[in-house]
Unconditional design. Structure first.
Ligand code: CP
Length: 325
């Protein structure tokens, strides 16, 4: 267990050691247990968190805000378009100024090629920890909640097969941050990670290389496949979700045209039956129902999407309590 995490940023789990991540999960389980028992845990009394959003959110905003209140502090919701950022406030100014008002700064900016750089520029200027609520490259709190859910449902993750697969969606060109963060974290925990996608939906090559190296070091496995059905076969965990063809084209219309070639990539009951009998179905949400996944699957007995969403609250509270105390 690592007890000195005060002041640390959490921008990607790759920058935290495995032991530090295990500490965070340990605290998350403790806070979840205490909440179930009605035990108050005001670990951040009088502390404040700035939540700066450049992009919409249901779960992230709600769980950070509820989490700060449960820890005895306060979270301020700040939407970029109601700030002076469009009129010239720089990332350095945001880091310097919000860092003097608040005890932590959480940011969501998923703009392709911009989001991660922006968060890092704020962190560089900030005297308080910066938390990544999702950028163009990473979504660390989502996948920490995912790992917590896998441990709850499956026990020791080592040797378990998780299929991180692309699926068709019509709504919008979604960021790469969830699949990239998944392959990075699950390979560190000794899992057999299958990344499945059509050729136009590649992830960033350096992220894929890091996932391969993580698997080598942990004794896990990492393979890339292009057959949706084969990806389901014998899996313990399936995580089919859509993402954009960002490395093929940044044009949303062109991306939508490419994606339309693969409208049959939907998570349905036939495919789920190819996996292990006790497979769990995961999705970070929001999902395109009837397009990305059938209602029978997402609302069915194998789905753990609500526990997964709940665990956002617990891992975020753990992180805030550890880095903002
Ligand atoms: N999974 C997730 O990050 O949800 P929101 O976009 O609603 O925050």
């Amino acid at each position: 267990m690592q007890t000195d995490l005060r002041g640390r940023d959490l921008i990607t789990t790759q920058e935290w050691t495995k032991e530090e991540i295990e500490t965070l999960l340990d605290v998350a389980f403790q806070l979840k247990r205490e909440r179930a028992l009605g035990i108050p845990h005001p670990l951040l009394r009088d502390k404040t968190l700035a939540m700066l959003f450049f992009y919409s959110s249901t779960r992230t905003r709600s769980s950070f805000e509820a989490g700060m209140a449960q820890l005895g502090g306060h979270a301020a919701f700040i939407e970029s378009r109601t700030t002076q950022i469009a009129h010239g406030d720089t990332a350095r100014e945001i880091g310097e100024i919000l860092g003097r008002y608040f005890d932590g700064i959480a940011i969501r900016n998923v703009d392709w090629g911009i989001g991660n750089k922006y968060i890092r520029a704020v962190a560089e200027a900030s005297r308080v920890p910066v938390l990544n609520m999702q950028c163009d490259i990473y979504h660390p709190f989502q996948i920490l909640a995912d790992l917590m859910t896998i441990i709850e449902k499956k026990g020791d993750p080592r040797g378990k097969t998780i299929t991180v697969s692309w699926a068709y969606a019509a709504s919008y060109q979604k960021p790469l941050s969830v699949p990239q963060s998944l392959i990075l974290l699950m390979t560190r925990f000794g899992m057999n990670v299958r990344l499945v996608h059509p050729p136009e939906f590649n992830l960033m090559p350096d992220i894929v290389e890091q996932a391969r190296e993580n698997a080598r070091k942990s004794g896990g496995a990492f393979e890339i496949m292009d057959d949706f059905d084969a990806g389901f076969k014998g899996a313990d965990i399936v995580y089919p979700k859509s993402w954009g063809s960002w490395l093929t084209t940044e044009d949303p219309e062109e991306s939508a045209r490419i994606a339309k070639k693969y409208t049959d990539w939907i998570a349905d009951e036939r495919r789920l039956a190819l996996a292990k009998e006790d497979v769990i179905y995961m999705h970070c949400l929001p999902a395109d129902r009837g397009i990305e996944v059938t209602n029978e699957v997402i609302d069915g007995p194998h789905s753990v999407v609500f526990d997964e969403a709940e665990n956002r609250l617990h891992v975020q509270k753990a992180a805030m309590a550890l880095v903002m105390r």
